[in-house]
Design a protein around this ligand. Sequence first.
Ligand code: NAG
Ligand code: NAG
Ligand code: NAG
Ligand code: NAG
Ligand code: NAG
Ligand code: NAG
Ligand code: NAG
Length: 265
Amino acid sequence: MMMRFSLILQHNVSLHTCYCFVLLFLLFFSSLSSSEAYDALDPYGNITIKWDLVGWQPDGYIAIVTINNYQQYRHIPAPGWSLTWTWAEKELIWNIIGAMTTKQGNCSRFKGYHPRSCEKSPTVVDLLPSTPYNQKVPNCCKGGVLTSWAQDPKNAVASFQLTVGRAGTTNRTVRVPRNFTLNAPGSGYTCGQAKIVRPTLFITLDKRRVTQALMTWNVTCTYSRFLAQRAAPTCCVSLSSFYNDTRVPCPTCSCACKTNSTCLK
Ligand SMILES: *[C@@H]1O[C@H](CO)[C@@H](O)[C@H](O)[C@H]1NC(C)=O
Ligand SMILES: *[C@@H]1O[C@H](CO)[C@@H](O)[C@H](O)[C@H]1NC(C)=O
Ligand SMILES: *[C@@H]1O[C@H](CO)[C@@H](O)[C@H](O)[C@H]1NC(C)=O
Ligand SMILES: *[C@@H]1O[C@H](CO)[C@@H](O)[C@H](O)[C@H]1NC(C)=O
Ligand SMILES: *[C@@H]1O[C@H](CO)[C@@H](O)[C@H](O)[C@H]1NC(C)=O
Ligand SMILES: *[C@@H]1O[C@H](CO)[C@@H](O)[C@H](O)[C@H]1NC(C)=O
Ligand SMILES: *[C@@H]1O[C@H](CO)[C@@H](O)[C@H](O)[C@H]1NC(C)=O
C-alpha cells in the first residue's frame, strides 16, 4: 500500500484522476435500475447531516451543522461537497462560520444589515484550510474534502455554524428545512427528509459536564449510482471507490479513467 502511494505521488496524479490503486470498478451495464443505491460491500453506507440548535436569538437560532461521511469506502474528493436546502418559511442566514454561502440573493429589504444569504434555497460550501482562525469552527475548513469512515474517521466529518433569522425562536415554532441536496464531485447523493431526533448530548473536554442541544434534526443521504452516472456520462462502469484494495484486487483503469493515469499493478 505504501509503495503504491509513493508511486502515485511520483506520477503526480491529481485528485481528479482515477485512483486506480483504490478504486474498484464494478461492472455496470445500462440495465441497472434508476434508483440503484445499494452497495453490497457497504449496505448501510450513508452521509448524515445533523443540525443541532445550540442557542436562541431574538429572531431565530444558532445551529451547528455536522456532516458525517459514514460510508466505509467512498470519500468526497476536491473540490468538495456542497449542501443545499430549502427553507420552510422566510428564514435567512445572518451569519455563517466555517463555511460560506455561494450567493447572497436579494437582501435589499435589510438595508444597513448584511445577511449572508436571503435565498430561499441557499447553497453552502466549505472553506479552505487556510481560513483565519477566528473564522473557523471545529471540523471545518477542509476544502470540502471528506475521507471515508474506514480510512480516517476524524476527517470524515465536516461542520459549520449558522445564525438563522426570521425563524422560530422555540423548539415548537422552528420549521425544519426541506429538500436537502448534497453534491459531491462526480457523485450523486439522494437525501431523505429531515427528522427531528433526540437532542444531541455534548460532553465537555474534561468530561465533567454534559450539555444538550435545544433541538436536533437529522438528514440521511445515500449514494445514488444513477445520479453519479448522469454526472459522469463518459464512464461505462459505475464508480465505487474503495480505500482498501485488499478487499478486491485493483483492476485496470477500464474506461472510467477520464484522465491519463497509469494504473499501477
Ligand atoms: C447510516 O450509517 C450508519 C453507520 O454505518 C448506520 O448506523 C445507520 O443505520 C445508517 N443509516 C441509515 C438510514 O441507513
Ligand atoms: C428584491 O426584493 C425587493 C423586496 O424585498 C423587491 O422590491 C425587489 O424587486 C427585489 N429585487 C429583485 C432583483 O428581485
Ligand atoms: C421540495 O420538495 C417537495 C416535495 O418534497 C417538492 O414538492 C418541492 O417542489 C421541492 N421544492 C424545491 C424548491 O425544490
Ligand atoms: C443523527 O445523526 C448523528 C450523526 O450525524 C448520529 O450520531 C445520531 O445517532 C443520529 N440520530 C438518529 C436518531 O438517527
Ligand atoms: C423542546 O423543549 C422542551 C423543554 O425545553 C423539551 O422538553 C422538549 O423535548 C423539546 N422538544 C424537542 C422536539 O426537542
Ligand atoms: C484492509 O482491510 C483489511 C481487512 O478488511 C485490513 O486487515 C487491512 O489492515 C486494511 N488495509 C488498509 C491499508 O486499510
Ligand atoms: C498516458 O501516459 C503514458 C505514460 O505516462 C504515455 O505513454 C501515454 O502516451 C499517455 N497516453 C495519452 C493518451 O496521453
